[in-house]
Design a protein around this ligand. Structure first.
Ligand code: PMP
Length: 405
């Protein structure tokens, strides 16, 4: 019998599963009220547009051949061009040489870590951080350091020495909060002073329900330096939240020098993203990405408002929460004495409500980080206002019960 554990590479010691992905397996259990994972609502997927785009590809033999062939590792040329135009329109003038298509932005985060991290290198991450980014970085065996919460501390000379700093400036997963413009500028100051790269996760930037957009970090960096080529930022983008996640199409935008290296990583990893998926996606975004974003925002804005109203009505004193201007998440701060991991376990087992303990979103072993044990992430993306109301009411009842214990 092969003793597999004795054969595993040392990097596997740091590779653990994600509580959220484990819970995703429960999705078919109909009686569960899902306030856990931030999956997009299937109601808003563009079924008709995708069916039309697909039929048009099969109806044209030349396009059908391209769709079933290996795509270039860099990505399907016309889609790269479209994305370069999309980034240019958002204040990041660039060309196809600045764009690599990835299998979702999750692959982009993995590739960036592969590009930049040797074992023992320091990765700076915002606190708390997207769990999928942490799990991707873990495999490259970094030391973690937390980006201090207060931007005034970012001028601390002790913060140097990391390879990169990972942040999701808009409507963060898990807190739903957004970096101010002053924080964006301060982070670029930190990058310029210390020579580290910024890894900007743009996953939620289109899901804005209130107010005007802030410039992305990569847009501000280009404005400061005059060109994307000298910007210290790699930006990951995705169509998962605006079109559909199963197409697995995202991108990395950055200086051509870094993109060239990332293309080599893509080649060695999976050769290319599906040509068919890229062609489908290009057809639907050309037709009307704006409409799809508007529809997603209309649906999620309503759900956010409903969930905030329920929280205000039912949560006991001592519980506070964020009020996100976009994205899919609300972050609850529970009284100190409540263990949110226990609460989320009891919520699922006793009340059939899934919610994610905040403890999942902290990097392992960061000397300057104390993980919070009393926070909970709720998502309002997957279910309608009525089941969400019932779920939040059940959670509030459980919080009261645990406060009294
Ligand atoms: N970044 C963030 C912040 C996310 O929440 C997610 C998925 N939920 C991703 C990246 C990865 O998404 P995808 O690979 O589908 O683009």
């Amino acid at each position: 019998m092969t003793d597999w554990t004795s054969l595993y590479a040392s990097r596997m010691a740091g590779v653990v599963g994600s509580d959220i992905r484990e819970r995703a397996k429960l999705l078919d259990a109909r009686q569960i009220i899902h306030l856990g994972g931030g999956l997009p609502d299937p109601e808003i997927f563009p079924y008709a547009r995708l069916a039309q785009a697909s039929a048009a590809i099969w109806a044209d033999p030349a396009r059908a051949r391209t769709a079933l062939q290996y795509a270039p590792s860099e990505g399907h040329g016309p889609l790269r061009e479209w994305i370069a135009g999309h980034m240019t329109a958002r204040g990041v003038p660039c060309t196809v040489d600045n764009i690599l298509i990835t299998n979702g932005s999750q692959q982009g985060l993995d590739f960036i870590a592969k590009l930049l991290l040797s074992p023992g290198d320091t990765a700076m991450v915002e606190i708390p951080s997207f769990i999928g980014a942490l799990r991707a970085f873990d495999a490259y065996q970094p030391q973690y350091v937390g980006l201090p919460e207060d931007a005034e501390d970012w001028a601390d000379p002790a913060l140097g020495g990391a390879k990169f700093c990972y942040v999701g400036p808009d409507f963060r997963n898990p807190t739903g909060t957004t970096m101010t413009l002053a924080e964006r500028e301060a982070l670029l100051d930190l990058a310029e002073r210390t020579g580290i790269a910024i890894v900007e996760d743009g996953c939620y930037e289109d899901l804005r329900y209130d107010g005007a957009p802030l410039p992305s970090l990569i847009a501000r960096a280009v404005a400061r330096h005059g060109s994307i080529e000298s910007a210290p930022v790699l930006h990951t983008g995705t169509f998962s939240k605006t079109v559909a996640p199963s197409l697995r199409v995202g991108w990395i935008a950055g200086p051509a020098e870094a993109i060239r290296k990332l293309v080599l990583i893509k080649q060695a990893s999976d050769l290319a993203t599906s040509a068919f998926n890229q062609m489908l996606l290009l057809d639907v975004v050309r037709e009307g990405l704006g409409d799809m974003i508007a529809e997603a925002c209309r649906v999620y804005r309503g759900r956010r408002d409903a969930m905030l109203a329920t929280l205000a009505r039912v949560m006991p004193e001592g519980v506070t929460w964020t009020e996100p201007g976009g994205g899919l998440y609300i972050w609850l701060d529970l009284p100190e004495r409540i263990d949110a991991t226990l609460l989320s376990q009891r919520a699922l087992a006793e009340h059939h409500v899934s919610a994610i303990s905040g403890a999942a979103f902290y990097p392992k072993g960061a000397a300057n980080v104390t993980p919070r044990h009393n926070c909970l992430r709720l998502s309002f993306s997957m279910i309608g206002a009525e089941p969400a109301r019932i779920g939040v009411e059940r959670l509030a009842a459980l919080v009261r019960e645990m406060m009294a214990e």
